[in-house]
Design a protein around this ligand. Structure first.
Ligand code: ZN
Length: 686
């Protein structure tokens, strides 16, 4: 898994959270910064800051500005990739928002604006998470009123098929209002043609079987350095034959790619060092050639650049949007290294051997020589494409296995993004709703963010890297099969949980007291036994491996500690709470479970692993699920979040760029309209 995403309100000072100590102080001073900018449907739109931007050198700021422009220049690509007529829909909606002269109030107008914002948020007409088509809360007649009442709008046209508003409305009618047309962007259902039943724009006029045969023919057998077949192209049928339309300069999306290249070439002139310069040059070369060997060369150079302060992800990267996992979506993340938070990770990584030696796992399962994974925390400056407005909180790239094995990879946490999530979570009312008493609330407010950071550091840097397999045992995927990833995530979480209550961390100077560990325990138990259920629908059981792992760890500890009331289930005013009575005893239980799961992994004990997951990690208490959803609904907390991007404003003296200022826009609608205009580098249909 190369990017991980977080949904708001889930975290509450528990796992997968990063924040930076240096920012903590900043907030005190500038408490005015409003993190939540907008709310609609199931979404909240947040803002993030770029701490330390002003103290960067002019050259660094200039580089960030060019990379941010390069990121934004490709924005329209993701819209077209998500669905062939997304740009047509968006331009129509934006024409109305900018120019409608009629009454801008009433239920239908409100529904229209909500729909438009949801489309902006999803980069298209399908929900960004569920992949289902968004249903407008207004009707086709009202939509016609809006279009016809926006005389000054330049609505999109398609020569020969859409020459006037009437034809535009007729064309869009089924796309917007017929739930059976383009119903799902990515369809993963078993037993159907995944390509013809998915609405994305990666394939057209071809079946799954045809595509699979097309690529099977191309693959070189036993190639130790295979390209990622099909990564950067659309497959269509021409004269009865399948062909690839490659996304490159002069090819499909060429006009937008040329803009990306334009800004990357400017970035090259102010690169920090030769390694970074080489990497950027190779990226340009790839965009120009469309050759996937050039893409591999770029990735190898990018992985080698570990010194630079500034970094960028830009390209066709993740393949979640293609049910066959071949075609990649455009995304970009521009960042600066967070020195303080990266030091914290390093402090832990440097002690990897101590953690291994002091782990509760059996001696024969300990590594004699353990190396922590190197990781860094970044401060995000700009995101675009598939990484915006909804964003990952961590990125682990490149995706090609052979490059990872031979050249390494970068594990990156998006520090200021997680910090913004934390700010909302700590101010939000979810903690008050679900915490048992004021002590828990205070602990979460004070230490929850740091606890989340440390949990993730320990999980990533120590957890996954620890332990060893018995000689002659196959890989966990071979021995533990479908339970392998849940058990592996559980194991890494348990390493984190065991050590986060260890005085060693206080000694290392990465946390002030064991209260941080207690805050993490509170949050983990609350989330694992209760809060995460909000993501499910009634009747569901757990499927996703991280969710399974959390319930497994929390549920096992709850049951084993029942006799001694280590964790106590309490009910007050009809509401359920989980309260930890004995933190040290809970730590011991986490240690026991860690020892057992490590044994299962080391020995490849499928039966024991399957029993653990099935008994503790799958089945959901439906009454509790119902209660959790109702309590969340009452406090109006939104399950999905995304971000408004900061704006980098260049200051010129004549031709010369003399400074770059950063502004923090706070109006989602305005930013979307601005982006729509400024980054319009593609024809309306591609
Ligand atoms: Zn993990």
């Amino acid at each position: 898994m190369s990017t991980y995403r977080l949904m708001m309100g889930l975290a509450l000072g528990s796992s997968l959270l990063f924040a930076c100590n240096n920012q903590e102080e900043k907030t005190e001073a500038t408490d005015e910064f409003k993190v939540v900018a907008d709310e609609f449907a199931d979404i909240q739109v947040l803002r993030y800051r770029i701490p330390g931007f002003d103290s960067l050198t002019l050259q660094q700021k200039e580089l960030l500005y060019y990379l941010s422009e390069a990121a934004a220049a490709g924005r329209d690509i993701i819209w077209d990739q998500n669905y062939k007529y997304n740009l047509l829909v968006r331009k129509t909606l934006e024409g109305i928002v900018a120019h409608y002269e009629g009454e801008r109030s009433g239920a239908q107008w409100v529904a229209f604006m909500e729909y438009t914002k949801r489309v902006w948020f999803s980069n298209g007409i399908h929900h960004h998470y569920s992949m289902r088509k968004l249903q407008p809360g207004f009707d086709a007649a009202y939509f016609a009123t809006l279009v016809n009442g926006s005389a000054k709008a330049e609505f999109p046209r398609m020569a020969g098929s859409i020459d006037n508003n009437e034809q535009l409305l007729a064309f869009l009618q089924p796309i917007l209002f017929d739930p059976n047309v383009a119903a799902k962007r990515v369809n993963q259902d078993a037993g159907v043609d995944l390509i013809t039943s998915s609405a994305n724009n990666f394939y057209e006029g071809v079946t799954q079987a045809e595509v699979e045969a097309f690529y099977a023919k191309q693959k070189v057998k036993d190639d130790p350095t295979p390209i990622w077949y099909g990564l950067n192209s659309k497959v269509v049928k021409e004269n009865g034959k399948l062909v690839e339309k490659t996304w490159k300069s002069g090819g499909m999306y060429g006009t937008a790619i040329d803009k990306i290249v334009y800004w990357l070439q400017k970035a090259i002139t102010v690169a920090e060092n030769d390694k970074q310069k080489t990497a950027l040059e190779l990226l340009v070369k790839y965009y120009q050639s469309g050759d996937l060997r050039d893409w591999d060369a770029y990735n190898i150079a990018w992985v080698a650049d570990t010194e630079s302060m500034i970094d960028v992800v830009n390209g066709f990267i993740e393949v979640y949007g293609d049910p066959l996992g071949m075609k990649a979506s455009y995304e970009s993340v521009v960042s600066v290294r967070d020195m303080v938070a990266t030091r914290r990770i390093k402090a832990i990584g440097d002690e990897a051997q101590w953690f291994e030696d002091n782990s509760p796992i059996l001696p024969e399962h300990k590594k004699k020589e353990v190396k922590g994974i190197s990781a860094k925390v970044i401060t995000v400056v700009q995101e675009s494409g598939d990484a915006a407005p909804a964003t990952p909180i961590g990125i682990n790239l490149p995706n090609a296995d052979w490059i990872r094995k031979d050249f390494g990879s970068k594990s990156v946490s998006l520090g200021n993004i997680v910090y913004a999530y934390n700010e909302v979570a700590s101010k939000g009312s979810a903690i008050e709703e679900f915490a048992w008493d004021q002590a828990q609330i205070d602990r979460s407010r004070k230490f929850g963010a740091l606890a989340g950071d440390l949990h993730t550091d320990l999980h990533e840097v120590i957890g996954h890297a620890s332990g060893q397999l018995n000689p002659g045992i196959g890989t966990p995927k071979e021995t533990l099969k479908q339970y392998a990833s849940t058990l592996e995530e559980a194991r890494a979480d348990l390493v984190a949980l065991y050590f986060i209550l260890d005085p060693k961390l206080v000694e290392l100077g990465v946390m002030p007291s064991l209260e941080v560990g207690k805050a993490e325990y509170d949050g983990y138990i609350r989330n694992g036994l209760m809060l995460q259920l909000r993501r499910l629908e009634e009747g569901d059981n757990l499927e996703e491996s991280h969710m399974r792992n959390r319930q497994l760890n929390a549920g096992w500890a709850y049951e084993k500690g029942l006799a001694n009331k280590v964790i106590e289930k309490k009910v007050r005013d009809g509401k359920t709470y989980f309260v930890i009575n004995d933190y040290e005893a809970l730590r011991e239980l986490f240690g026991q479970l860690l020892r057992e799961i490590q044994r299962i992994k080391s020995e490849g004990d499928f039966a024991a692993g399957a029993a653990l997951v099935e008994n503790y990690g799958v089945k959901v208490d439906q009454a509790l699920l119902k209660e959790v959803k109702a309590r969340y609904a009452k406090i109006g907390s939104k399950p999905y979040s995304g971000f408004i991007q900061p704006k980098l404003v260049p200051v010129y003296e004549g031709e010369k760029l003399v400074d770059v200022k950063v502004e923090y826009p706070d109006n989602f609608t305005e930013q979307m309209l601005e982006f729509g205009k400024k980054n319009a580098h593609l024809p309306v249909v591609n």
